[in-house]
Design a protein around this ligand. Structure first.
Ligand code: PEP
Length: 251
C-alpha cells in the first residue's frame, strides 16, 4: 500500500495561481520526484482541474475533485457531475469532508449517495471522517467514526480490485485549519479504531489506507507519518504553497 500525500486546496487559487503552483511544483519534482512508496494527489478547485491536468500531465500527480452531485446530469443548478469532472482530469473524489458536513449541511444520506455513485462510476474515493470537540469530550469517538464509516460504505460491494481506489481520511474537526494537531496518542488511537471499524464492517477492508488530516505542516509531517496505522496525510493550508507541499511529500 502506497503512503498517500494529498492536498485539499478548498476554495483557494485562481486558475493562474494553480498554474503557477504547478510550474513550481514540477520544477521541485524534477529534483527528487515522488519518493518510492508514495502517491501524490491534489484536490483543487474544480475550475483549476483542466489547467492542472495539462500542467501536471507528465508528472505522477493524481487529480481529484472536492465535490460533485450524485446524478448523471440534469436539473441540478450550480452542481457538477462526475462526467464533467472526469472530463477535466479528476480521478478521485473527496466525500464527507467536515466542511461539507458542517458548513454545507451534507448529512449521512447525502454522503452515502455520493459514495455509492462515485463507486459505481469507478472513481477513487477519499472518505473523510472525524469527530467534533464536543463529540470527543463526550466520549463518542468510536460511535461517531462507526456511524460515518458504516453509513458511507453500506451497500457497496467492494472486491479486492477496488481497494486501490478507496481510502479513509481521519480528520478531527477541531484540528482542521486550527493549528491544533491531535497528539500522537490520539492519532494512533483513532487510526486503530478506523482500522477495526473497517475490519468489522468487512474483514477485507482493514488494509485500506487511513490518512491523517488536521494542521499538518512540514515540521510535523515526518512524526505523524511514523505513527502506527497512519498511511498518509490530507493537507489543507500547508498544501497551498508548492514548496511546503513538496517538503511534506518528501517527509
Ligand atoms: C483539510 O482541509 O482536510 C485539512 C486537513 O486542512 P488543514 O491542513 O488546513 O487543517
Amino acid at each position: 500500500m502506497n503512503t498517500i500525500i494529498a492536498a485539499n486546496w478548498k476554495m483557494n487559487k485562481t486558475t493562474a495561481e494553480a498554474k503557477a503552483f504547478a510550474e513550481t511544483f514540477t520544477g521541485l519534482l524534477a529534483k527528487k520526484g515522488v519518493p518510492g512508496g508514495r502517491s501524490c494527489m491534489i484536490f483543487p478547485s474544480a475550475l483549476s482541474l483542466d489547467v492542472l491536468n495539462s500542467a501536471l500531465a507528465a508528472s505522477p500527480v493524481v487529480l481529484g475533485a472536492q465535490n460533485f452531485y450524485p446524478a448523471e446530469s440534469g436539473a441540478f443548478t450550480g452542481e457538477l457531475s462526475l462526467a464533467q469532472l472526469s472530463d477535466v482530469g479528476a480521478k478521485w473524489v473527496l466525500i464527507g469532508h467536515s466542511e461539507r458536513r458542517h458548513i454545507l449541511n451534507e448529512d449521512f444520506d447525502c454522503v452515502a449517495r455520493k459514495t455509492a455513485f462515485a463507486f459505481e462510476k469507478g472513481l477513487g474515493i477519499m472518505l473523510c471522517v472525524g469527530e467534533t470537540l464536543a463529540e470527543r469530550e463526550a466520549g463518542s469517538l468510536r460511535t461517531v467514526l462507526t456511524g460515518q464509516i458504516e453509513t458511507a460504505l453500506r451497500g457497496l460491494s467492494v472486491g479486492a480490485s477496488d481497494h486501490a481506489r478507496l481510502a479513509v481520511a481521519y480528520e478531527p474537526v477541531w484540528a482542521i485549519g486550527t493549528g491544533k494537531v491531535a497528539t500522537e496518542k490520539e492519532i494512533a488511537e483513532a487510526h486503530g479504531m478506523v482500522k477495526e471499524i473497517l475490519a468489522s464492517f468487512s474483514p477485507s477492508l482493514d488494509d485500506l489506507p487511513v490518512l491523517y488530516g488536521g494542521s499538518v505542516k512540514p515540521a510535523n509531517a515526518t512524526g505523524i507519518l511514523a505513527i502506527p496505522n497512519v498511511n498518509g496525510l490530507l493537507i489543507g493550508g500547508a498544501s497551498l504553497a508548492a514548496d511546503s507541499f513538496y517538503q511534506i511529500l518528501q517527509a
